[in-house]
Design a protein around this ligand. Structure first.
Ligand code: NAG
Ligand code: FE2
Length: 436
């Protein structure tokens, strides 16, 4: 800089200062879909291993083999390479035009101890995996990221989630972005295996899971075959909506792409599920679905309105604390809100569709910012929801600042238990939930 004019020197220094303080974060463009080499593993080798909670004290282990005769057994135990339990499950496969899936195994194991590391092996073959079961009581931590895809940004997000201490991954829809290319479901399964084989992944569907072709293919063929969730365990008759409980948290996973009107099976299941929630046993109540109801981004504006008109009164009456959604490729957090207005008894809505998919970010926001919207930013990242006790949870959003995980939004959320809201709405709730 010796020969530089003083004026240009000032410009350079100012630029350095801005970049250095991060005052002006330059948002990155989308990254390319990752390419994976062809697998050269033996055909009985377990691939795409992922796990999910299957009722209290049980875990569903899912994996795929090319070998159709490979058994659906899981050997497991609490010490390495020495398994004292074995379980046999079921398997399925599907065709999608010329594509024929491998053998997809689903094996439920348990009963398992809480907060315990288990070692396991799939199909009597291949490497040993391990997972930790969630605790039976607070604190409990959820990692949350939707609209993942399988790009360079997905890889960055996954790396950051791996660095955090969490118990369960919650995914509000849009997993692989396979978009009819069925082998992309396989590469996605391989990409997420390191995480998804070690902590339960609880997912609900997004539009990219649908892959419906009118007359020729019904929807969710691949998704339902590969990502089986505990719907029978929660009294639902569809893999597209269900609920589960972890420590003192009841989580409702809803379907944005299946019927939700008041005559639908989903609506009736939701009513029945909410009527069973016991806020003494599970002081926290969360709901997760793909299309946000409170969204001040131009992208997907108004798409959630119909589902919201049908189901928002139910969630409100039951006193849901937080709603997580995806779909919009950005981050947004609301104040407690109901029916479009600030309401101390409504949920906080969090849109976290910023996992890193190939479509890139949604940059344009409606102005002025609605009063319910507290924080909004179009960047890739992930969230962490740490429930400390029956009244306090800490939410943080971690932006992929280039490839660093930077905590960019954080807030303490207090549950509606002890707020008076549940008492006020209890009569209304009962009427709404019990009336035929
Ligand atoms: C719950 O956790 C919060 C935050 O750590 C703390 O301030 C509060 O005292 C705790 N409440 C109880 C009942 O332990
Ligand atoms: Fe989506």
């Amino acid at each position: 800089m010796k020969n530089m004019e003083p004026k240009s020197m000032i410009v350079v220094l100012t630029v350095l200062l801005i970049v250095g303080t991060g005052a002006d974060y330059v948002r990155p463009p989308p990254r390319k879909t990752l390419h994976f080499p062809w697998s050269t593993k033996a055909s009985s080798h377990p691939q795409q291993v992922h796990i999910s909670l299957a009722g209290d004290k049980h875990m569903r282990i899912t994996w795929i083999t090319s070998d159709k005769s490979s058994p659906s057994i899981v050997e497991y135990g609490t010490s390495r390479k020495s398994y004292n339990s074995i379980a046999e499950g079921e398997s399925t496969s599907y065709r999608y035009f010329l594509y024929k899936s491998g053998k997809i195994h689903h094996t439920v194991i348990g009963p398992l101890e809480h907060d315990t590391v288990y070692f396991y092996r799939c199909g009597g073959n291949g490497p040993e995996f391990q997972f930790k079961t969630p605790p039976s009581h607070f604190p409990v931590t959820f990692a949350v990221a939707g609209d993942l895809g399988q790009t360079g940004w997905t890889k960055s997000t996954i790396k950051h989630i791996k660095q955090c201490k969490y118990d369960v991954h919650v995914l509000p829809g849009d997993l692989s972005y396979a978009d009819y290319m069925q082998h992309r479901w396989d590469t996605f399964g391989e990409l997420v295996q390191p995480l998804a084989s070690s902590r339960p992944w609880m997912v609900t569907q997004g539009n990219h899971e649908k892959e419906e072709i009118p007359i020729l293919k019904k929807g969710f063929v691949s998704y339902n075959s590969r990502w089986k969730m505990p719907f029978d365990e929660s009294g639902s008759n569809s893999n597209l909506y269900y609920s589960f409980e972890v420590a003192g948290v009841h989580i409702i996973m809803l379907g944005s792409y299946t019927d939700y009107d008041e005559y639908s099976d989903q609506y009736n299941w939701l009513k029945a599920d909410l009527s069973k929630v016991d806020r003494e046993r599970t002081p926290w109540l969360l709901a997760v679905f793909h299309v946000p109801w409170y969204n001040s981004n131009h992208a997907h504006q108004g798409e959630g309105d119909d589902m919201m008109a049908s189901m928002e009164p139910l969630l409100y009456a039951a006193g849901v604390d937080v709603v997580f959604a995806g779909h919009v490729h950005a981050y947004e957090r609301s104040r407690r809100v109901y029916n479009g207005k600030l309401d101390a008894c409504g949920p906080n809505h969090i849109t976290i569709g910023d996992g890193g998919n190939r479509e890139g970010l949604a940059h344009k926001y409606l102005n002025p910012q609605p009063e319910w919207s507290v924080f909004r930013e179009a960047s890739f990242g992930h969230g962490e929801f740490r429930v400390m006790n029956s009244t306090h949870a800490f939410w943080s959003w971690h932006r992929n600042d280039d490839d660093e995980s930077v905590r960019s939004d954080q807030v303490w959320i207090t549950s509606l238990v002890g707020s008076g809201c549940l008492a006020e709405t209890s009569r209304e709730t009962r009427n709404m939930l019990i009336e035929p």
